[in-house]
Design a binder for this molecule. Structure first.
Ligand code: GAL
Length: 376
């Protein structure tokens, strides 16, 4: 089964935008392996928009890879990615044109799915720009979902309609394995905070087989790249990554992975075993906001397998302050006598067994995340 756990990998859009090429992809594949990312779970390398010529081939009707960006074609790139033990992802759009105005797959769904299969694609991100008036989201995603099933290759279907049209209510029925439940991220605190808070009521729709995708990660962009918009501090990237892990979002890296060897903080963060364990937990249960104080100091909880529970104290306010937890809200009653033995995910510190109520002082834009066990 595809997408039994949130998919993990890399996507070109956040850093490279239209500046993608054969060498960017090969160098990124090399960097992923050198930095040990496959061992941490990152497996897909996905090419986003802007990989083709502006028009289809007039004879075959096929989309044509840009010969300047990809002189050896897409199969050669795909073969290289596969030779590194990674999986290869492509991009298209449900409308007549992609968002950056390249050919979309509308009315060419089956031909394009076959073409992606010929490339050896394992993943397809499918956008929603230039949708004809006559068609709607369910119809268009159903079409590509079916075309992918018919194409003879197992391809993970990643839908991207930015959370519009009540997508959470119908997307699973199209065969999609993940779906964007938000608009686009850009590289600053406000952007990922707004995305996270906008998802609280949608978390329950995310489950094994089809996960809510809250967009590609911005960790390590530091204000440069295609979706650069001021950048974040390390503390903020930590909160961003922890939220994506708690929310069971696919973890699609968006920074320039070739720079990771000079970014030890980011490398440690995106390989943090505890956070990835929370994200990849086999039960795939959604997080829930259990306590929200003073605006945006929020405590999240997510049940894990083996009777563990992850707790995140996220201070999304602009000043330092307390995040709270009333154990009763987790179903842990005072009368029952139980508390939680709590180990912090970044420091590894075991803070012992806590009961009934606790508060943690968290710096502005910061967080703590604990993996907890029920204990007397
Ligand atoms: C947007 C999408 C982005 C990126 C972009 C490419 O619609 O949300 O993630 O794929 O199109 O043009």
């Amino acid at each position: 089964m595809l997408s039994r756990k949130p998919p993990m990998g890399f996507n070109t859009w956040n850093t490279f935008g239209e500046k993608i090429s054969d060498s960017v992809i090969r160098e990124t594949a090399d960097a992923m392996v050198e930095m040990g990312l496959p061992d941490a779970g990152y497996e897909y390398l996905v090419i986003d928009d802007c990989w083709s010529l502006r028009d289809r081939d007039p004879v075959t009707g096929k989309i044509v890879p840009d010969p300047v960006k990809f002189p050896e074609g897409m199969k050669a790139v795909s073969d290289y990615v596969h030779s590194k033990g990674l999986k290869f992802g492509m991009y298209s759009c449900a409308g007549t044109r992609t968002c950056a105005d390249y050919p979309g797959s509308f009315d060419h769904e089956y031909l394009d799915a076959e073409t992606f299969a010929e490339y050896g694609a394992d993943f397809l991100k499918y956008d929603f720009c230039y949708k004809p008036q006559s068609a709607n989201g369910p119809l268009l995603y159903r079409r590509m979902g079916m075309a992918l099933k018919a194409c003879g290759r197992e391809i993970l279907f990643s839908a991207c309609n930015w959370g519009c049209d009540d997508v959470e209510t119908w997307i699973r029925s199209t065969g999609a394995h993940m779906y964007r439940s938000t608009g686009d991220i850009n590289d600053n605190f406000r952007s990922f905070k707004d995305i996270a808070l906008s998802q609280i009521d949608k978390l329950a729709y995310s489950a094994p087989g089809c996960f809510n995708d809250i967009d590609m990660l911005i960790c390590g962009m530091y204000g440069s790249g295609n979706v650069a918009n001021g950048g974040c501090t390390d503390e903020e990237y930590k909160t961003h990554f922890a939220l994506w892990c708690m929310f069971s979002s696919p973890l699609m890296l968006g920074g320039d992975l070739r720079k990771l060897k000079d970014q030890p903080f980011i490398l440690n963060l995106i390989k943090n075993r505890n956070l990835i364990r929370i994200n990849q937990d086999e039960e795939g249960r959604p997080a829930v906001a259990v306590c929200r104080r003073d605006g945006d100091r929020v405590t999240f909880a997510k049940h894990l397998s083996n009777n563990e529970i992850a707790i995140m104290f996220a201070n999304l306010n602009d000043d330092d302050g307390n995040c709270e937890l009333f154990f009763d809200e987790l179903g842990i009653t005072a009368a029952g006598g139980y508390g939680l033995e709590m180990t912090e995910c970044f420091t590894g510190e075991n803070i012992g067994v806590k009961k009934e109520y606790m508060k943690r002082r968290i710096p502005a834009h910061g967080c703590e995340v604990f993996i907890c066990k029920l204990s007397k």
